[in-house]
Ligand binder design. Structure first.
Ligand code: LLP
Length: 442
């Protein structure tokens, strides 16, 4: 169970989030339902922002990695908190702009941005584009020339740091589809090349070493290696990098196997990183770079829970008990993709004692459609409300209409009030883009 103030058991023995009783939310909005705690998100944004303000003289910007949960309301919240964001597609960029997010605080990422996406970013006047390939550098230079602008860019480099996390979410090794490695000379070659392009203004470097990381030394090591690289190109190319973007990746609590981190712990990650940057800058006699960080999961992950209604329960004596819920891999594909672990609670009776281990199964037509395997739960029956905790990051954003299920609606809760931030889909939404060619007849 999380140690968060706004997630608790109320007097009726029900799970409560942001002052809202989860059984009430389930009754009012239906299930499955994504619920986001506004205070949690705002608090995490402030923790990072305050740390940069206090310990780095405000010489930096927190960019919310919006791939973790992208919708107009979350961009409005980030804007109000005075932070920036990163986007990884034209769709995320469009959503942010539509929500009134200031373009100069948006950074565009992606290992294979399309020409249209680059044009849209240049036209919007984004704060920076993180260049990921030689082809992209040349294409962007051409687009910027056509628009008569000098586009600010960073280069994504791989410092070769291995973060201890699931293999699929490690990204900064030399064998990665992202970025340029320092070790094989690619980083040096692209740096030199971009410096020769007239319509690109190279500001500095970016790296992202992975996700769901708890070891502070991984971030420190990555920051040190990029600072070493900044010193190297200062010497070899006489280029002074003014921006260092260290990516995201701070871990969150999913189950008791993960630590429960406090605000102080998250600030501590950033502090350790800041210290490393300061010490390297003084070692090499460099000015302190403007610091960008890109936390996604740690801002929205624990802010979110998903509510479900129990349907059929299938007991296979001596083997397994499957508790089927009205959601599944269409709204949380993370078990199917990564065998991710979650904490599941009986939201409609939080005081009931766990007496069994069950597997929470989704309603999609495939056996791998599971949400959590062998998790402790009290006795449950059809109609009970379950909550899966820490689902705020990479659930809605990776949801699909698989089996033509609806992507659930999202509500934002605060001080006992709930507001819909993403509407319920309808059957009409599911067929909206379908066409029947006339040659098919009826
Ligand atoms: N910056 C860059 C360049 C990234 O690639 C990512 C995540 C982030 C920032 C944010 O990392 P975070 O703070 O959220 O860990 N779908 C996977 C996670 C993929 C993460 C991809 N990149 C999952 O569900 O675990």
């Amino acid at each position: 169970m999380h140690q968060r103030e706004t997630l608790k058991v109320n007097g009726a023995g029900h799970l409560e989030i942001g002052g809202c009783d989860c059984t009430r939310l389930a009754a009012d909005y239906g299930t499955p339902l994504y619920v986001f705690d506004e205070s949690y998100m705002r608090n995490m944004m402030r923790v990072y922002k305050n740390t940069i303000d206090k310990n780095y003289g405000g010489n930096g910007l927190v960019l919310y990695a919006s791939k973790a949960f992208s919708c107009m309301a979350v961009y409005v919240i980030a804007k109000q908190e005075g932070i920036g964001c990163d986007v990884v597609s034209g769709g995320e960029l469009y959503t942010a702009l539509k929500a009134g997010f200031p373009a100069d605080k948006i950074y565009l990422h992606g290992n294979n941005k399309t020409e249209n996406e680059l044009v849209e970013a240049v036209e919007a006047g984004v704060g920076g584009i993180i260049v990921d390939s030689f082809r992209e550098a040349d294409l962007l230079d051409k687009i910027a020339r056509g628009h008569n602008v000098k586009q600010n860019v960073l280069l994504r480099i791989n410092p070769g740091v291995e973060a201890h996390t699931h293999a699929f979410v490690q990204t900064a090794r030399t064998d990665s589809k992202f970025g340029f490695s320092i070790s094989d000379g690619a980083a040096q070659r692209i740096t030199e090349h971009v410096l020769s392009l007239k319509n690109l203004n190279l500001q500095g470097f970016h790296c992202h070493i992975g996700s769901q990381i708890f070891e502070s030394k991984s971030f420190v090591l990555a920051a040190e290696k990029v600072m070493d690289y900044i010193a190297e190109v200062k010497k070899s190319l006489n280029f002074t990098a003014s921006v260092l973007n260290i990516g995201g990746g701070f871990g969150i609590h999913y189950t008791d196997e993960d630590p429960v981190l406090t605000d102080k712990d998250y600030a501590g990650y950033l502090d350790a990183l800041i210290e490393a940057v300061k010490s390297k800058a003084s070692q090499y006699g460099l000015d302190l770079p403007y610091l960008l960080i890109e936390p996604g999961r740690s801002i929205v992950g624990e802010a979110g829970i998903t509510l479900y209604t129990v349907g059929s329960v299938k007991d296979i004596p001596g083997i397994k008990k499957y508790v089927a819920i009205d959601g599944g891999m269409f709204e949380n594909p993370r078990y199917a993709l990564y065998q991710s672990k979650y904490t599941v609670v009986k939201a409609s009776d939080m005081n009931a004692v766990c007496t069994q281990k069950v597997t929470i199964a989704g309603k999609c037509c495939e056996s791998g459609d599971l949400i959590a395997v062998d998790v402790p739960l009290p006795e449950v029956e059809a109609g009970d409300i379950l909550a899966v905790l820490s689902t705020g990051a990479y659930n809605y954003s990776m949801a699909s209409n698989y089996n033509r299920n609806f992507i659930p609606q999202c509500v934002l809760v605060k001080d006992g009030k709930a507001d819909t931030i993403i509407k319920k889909q309808t059957y009409e939404d599911l067929v909206r883009n379908d066409l029947i060619p006339s040659r098919l007849g009826k």
